[in-house]
Design a protein around this ligand. Structure first.
Ligand SMILES: [Zn+2]
Length: 316
């Protein structure tokens, strides 16, 4: 069945519109969108009774569109094809048919792609520059010596060097505006208002030099806890209370207080216990265990321990 026959009766449909277009991105953040977009049955789709829909039947459906984050040196490409958009149809509404039906309208690849690019760049309206996501225009396609379009390993059309350079220039201005905004927030102490997008744009703009910006590292959330001794708020990692100056691991050991609700103090108590002197019997048993091993099976730490033991107990 020809493409023209398949799309018969669908407004706007035609073989020329069903061509694909390519979206190019140099944006360092993933772009994703899901659209309600149908297609004509190709004979492989089955109805609930297991019978195939005749080829050319307009079908509903969803399509996922994704562009991975681009690095400074790379771009991403996404091929987009046309599809069917189902819209309410009021033409049959009357006394016998009170509700509107839905009817398919053909969306060309260009229309779908333009919609995606608008969706992915509109949050930047009102700022200078342009985020680097656009529909690849005919004149921006890289061609070989014979004038044929070049494709990458995934079969996507390649943008020309000039096209990427122009997109970079636009995105640099945009990234600069993100950095300026974030710098302003940082100076005002409003670091929490700085977004991940600001950070990604700064990284894209400055590469490894970005660490010189004071706000690029996300501030770590500082947890607090109640001091086990005086119940006042202290830093989650604290081992000594800033209010009552209790040495918390020691205080818990001395007072028999359960510190299991405080991971920092629990770990410190374990370290203290490990340092506690062991009994002479336990020490002797450990040394005997090391001595019973063949020389080649003893670890460096065990050998050290053995030497230390013999130096401490020369009479043995
Ligand atoms: Zn305290």
């Amino acid at each position: 069945m020809s493409a023209a026959a398949m799309v018969a009766g669908i407004p706007g449909a035609g073989p020329q519109e069903s061509d694909s277009v390519t979206i190019i991105s140099i944006f360092p953040v993933e772009r994703y969108h899901e659209l309600q977009l149908g297609q004509f049955a190709d004979g492989s789709q089955l109805d609930t009774d297991g019978n195939p829909y005749p080829a050319g039947t307009p079908m509903g459906g969803f399509r996922k569109f994704r562009l991975d984050p681009a690095t400074r040196a790379s771009h991403r490409a996404l091929r987009v094809e046309g599809g069917l958009k189902w819209i309410p149809d009021f033409s049959q509404v009357g006394p016998d048919e009170p509700t509107a039906g839905i009817t398919p309208i053909w969306q060309s690849a260009k229309m779908v792609a333009d919609g995606l690019v608008h969706k992915w760049t509109r949050h930047t309206l009102g700022v200078t520059g342009s985020p680097g996501v656009e529909v690849l225009k005919h004149e921006d396609i890289e061609v070989d010596d014979t004038g044929n379009p070049k494709v990458d390993s995934s079969g996507n059309l390649k943008p020309s060097r000039q096209c990427i350079a122009r997109m970079r220039k636009g995105q640099e201005v945009y990234a600069q505006s993100c950095v300026e905004r974030a710098n302003g927030l940082h100076v005002q102490g409003k670091t929490t208002a700085i977004t991940d997008l600001d950070r990604k744009m700064a990284e894209w703009l400055y590469g490894s030099a970005v660490s010189s910006l004071g706000w690029v590292e996300k501030p770590e959330f500082q947890e607090t806890k109640k001091c086990l001794a005086c119940r006042r708020d202290i830093l989650g990692s604290a081992l000594r209370c800033q209010h009552c100056s209790a040495d918390l691991p020691r205080w818990c050991l001395d007072n028999g207080v359960d510190a299991s609700g405080d991971p920092a103090v629990t770990a410190a108590i374990e370290r203290l216990r490990a340092r506690e002197p062991v009994s002479p019997e336990a020490e002797a048993a450990k040394i005997r265990a090391i001595e019973s091993k063949p020389l080649s099976h003893r670890t460096k730490a065990e050998m050290k321990e053995l030497v230390a033991h013999r130096l401490d107990n020369p009479e043995e």
